[in-house]
Every structure is written in C-alpha cells, then in structure tokens.
Design a protein around this ligand. Structure first.
Ligand code: HEM
Length: 200
C-alpha cells in the first residue's frame, strides 16, 4: 500500500514512471560522485617522502588556524638583474639575499648568475641559502652542503663530478642571467673556500 502511494506520488510530481524517475536519480548521483572525485582535498594530496627536502613554498606550512592568524608577509618583487662586471669573492658575499634591495648572486665556474628569481631556493629562508653570495662550483659538483666545498677549486674532481657540475651550469644558464664574472684566468679565483678566506 505504502509503496503504491510512493509510486503514485513520484509519478504525480515528476511526470515519469517510478522506474524512469529512479533511473534519472541514480544517474544524477553517479554523475555527482564521478565529478566530486576530480577535486581532491589538499589533505589527501600525496606528500613528499620524509628524506626529500621540502620545496621552499612548503617550508613555512602550518595549520589552517595558524595561516589565518598570521597573514603571509609581504614579499617585495626582486630587483632587476644588474650587471656587476668583474667581482671579487669578497664583493660577492654582499649579494647573499639578506638585503632585499640587492640581487642574490651565485658564482659557478667563474660566471656570476643573478638568481634573485630563485630566492625561494637561495634567500635566507631557502634550502640552498648557503650558496647565495658564494662560489658554489665545488659544492654543486659534489652535491655537497659542506661549507668547505663553497669554492671554485675543482682540484681532484672526477669526470663524473665535473659532469654533474656541467649539468648544473647548463641549468643555471637556462634559468638565470649571467651578470658578471670572477677575476682570474678561468674565473675560478681562489682555491680557498670562501669562509676560510674570510677568516684569513
Ligand atoms: C635528498 C636530496 C635532494 C632532493 C630530493 C632535492 C630536491 C630538489 C628539488 C625538488 C628541487 C626543485 C627543482 C626544480 O624546481 O626544478 C631542487 C632544487 C635545487 N637543488 Fe636539490 N635536492 C636534493 C639535494 C640537493 C643537493 C645535495 C644539492 C647541492 C648541494 C642541491 C641543489 C639544488 C639546487 C641548487 C636547486 C635549485 C635549482 C634552481 O635554482 O632552479 N639539492 N632540489
């Protein structure tokens, strides 16, 4: 009896037979479920493996409540690349990203790159800030974060390590403008790591 009453009501409201009305309803539900799976909630997004250094934009990630409490700080646009010509390692140190008015510079095999647009990598909070204002040649060849490797000295590097350096150099050439060069025959001035030279 009740079923007949529901069937009559469905027919009266939709103008469709109960079977047709329920088919339409089922199709709408299926469409909704398919479409909703296309939008994955941020929490469900896969996270980087534990050993993987977090990409810079994720470094300061907090809870939603924290994000609401502390609005994103204003980040001024980075300065336009400025040609510095020949620059010593000592002068290069001033371009380490700590002064937002100054470009961030990195030397690789004698060439000085303006990496300001990569400041999320090389700025003071970035994962690669140790390279900023330095000659990063040896460190990049060795994939090393050791301060002793912040030098243009390529002595004793294997062909494979030199190839790694070459790859980095190509990557930097593609991404960043060359704005100067280090003094010296091949530009790799100073066999001492920068921080050792500073102590001297
Ligand atoms: C667990 C090891 C590491 C992982 C998973 C990792 C991951 C990454 C990722 C995902 C990027 C961004 C790539 C892009 O935007 O194209 C990056 C950039 C970079 N990585 Fe690493 N990294 C690692 C170790 C190192 C080491 C040991 C060095 C050098 C000593 C290094 C130097 C760099 C540099 C210089 C960049 C920035 C390139 C640019 O300016 O575009 N990384 N890394």
């Amino acid at each position: 009896m009740a079923a007949q009453g529901i069937a009559d009501a469905v027919q009266a409201y939709t103008g469709l037979s109960p079977a047709a009305a329920f088919t339409v309803l089922a199709l709408m539900l299926a469409t909704y479920l398919i479409v909703s799976t296309l939008f994955v909630a941020p929490d469900a997004a896969p996270s980087a493996p534990a050993a993987h250094p977090k990409p810079p934009q994720q470094q300061e990630e907090g809870t939603e409540a924290e994000a609401e409490a502390e609005p994103e700080p204003f980040v001024p646009p980075f300065p336009d690349p400025v040609q510095v010509g020949e620059i010593t390692l000592e002068q290069l140190r001033a371009y380490d990203g700590k002064d937002p008015a100054k470009s961030i510079l990195i030397a690789i095999r004698g060439q000085v790159y303006d990496v300001s647009r990569g400041r999320l990598f090389y700025g003071p909070q970035g994962p690669y800030s140790l390279f900023a204002g330095r000659d990063a040649s040896r460190a990049l060849a060795l994939m090393s974060f050791d301060l002793n490797d912040l030098t243009g000295d390529l002595e004793g590097l294997s062909p494979d390590e030199l190839e790694v350096l070459q790859d980095w150099e190509e990557k930097f050439k593609e991404r960043y403008p060359v704005v100067g060069h280090l003094p010296g025959e091949n530009g790799t001035a100073g066999a001492q790591p920068d921080h050792e030279a500073e102590k001297a």
